[in-house]
Design a protein around this ligand. Sequence first.
Ligand code: IMP
Length: 207
Amino acid sequence: MAAPTLVMATRNAGKVRELRALLEGLGIELLSLADFPDLPEIPEEGATFAENAGTKAKEVARLTHLPALADDSGLEVAALGGRPGVFSARYAQDRTQPEVPGDADNWRKLLEEMAGMPQEERGARFVCEIVLALPDGRVFKARGECAGYIALEPRGEHGFGYDPVFWVPEFERTMAELGLEVKNRLSHRARALAALREILVSIKDEL
Ligand code: IMP
């Protein structure tokens, strides 16, 4: 019998690598959107990470007739009512301009907004929602979180996004000061993927 096939609904090569590593050994053939160059871009316009991941996974499953897996992630700061949230990637965007802001623009905006806030009000978490959609309409969800604080200033060179300003209390370092190996043990994405792996193991025979 041929191995079941699953499409990772992303064009991000870094995410494809991470997903491949975490789903290794399941006997599932993994494709990505790079294998479907003609599929249209699916906009992220939802109000929650789960909504964005769900829309993408369901649309890719519908278009490819294969099980599809999509994720959406970002940073939530409690004192800011959960912002930047689903706008994490474009937090510092000037809406009159087409350019997408860089990572440093986004975390600088965050530090400016939080200037003067004491440590106890700087609590934040990274969140990752992963949705697996089957062509028959069934949907499975996995969520991972990583809690910490927004640092007073950036530190570290590893990672991406808000990592330089995300303080991880267990290690007394920012996420960008921790190497990828440590990050991949505690990150929101690693935790969501571990939960997803369990789901895949339980439904593999139905794929
Ligand atoms: P997406 O899941 O690729 O849409 O990511 C949205 C945004 O959330 C990224 O552009 C980053 O700004 C932020 N983000 C998501 N995961 C991480 C992470 O592991 N470290 C730092 N920033 C992250």
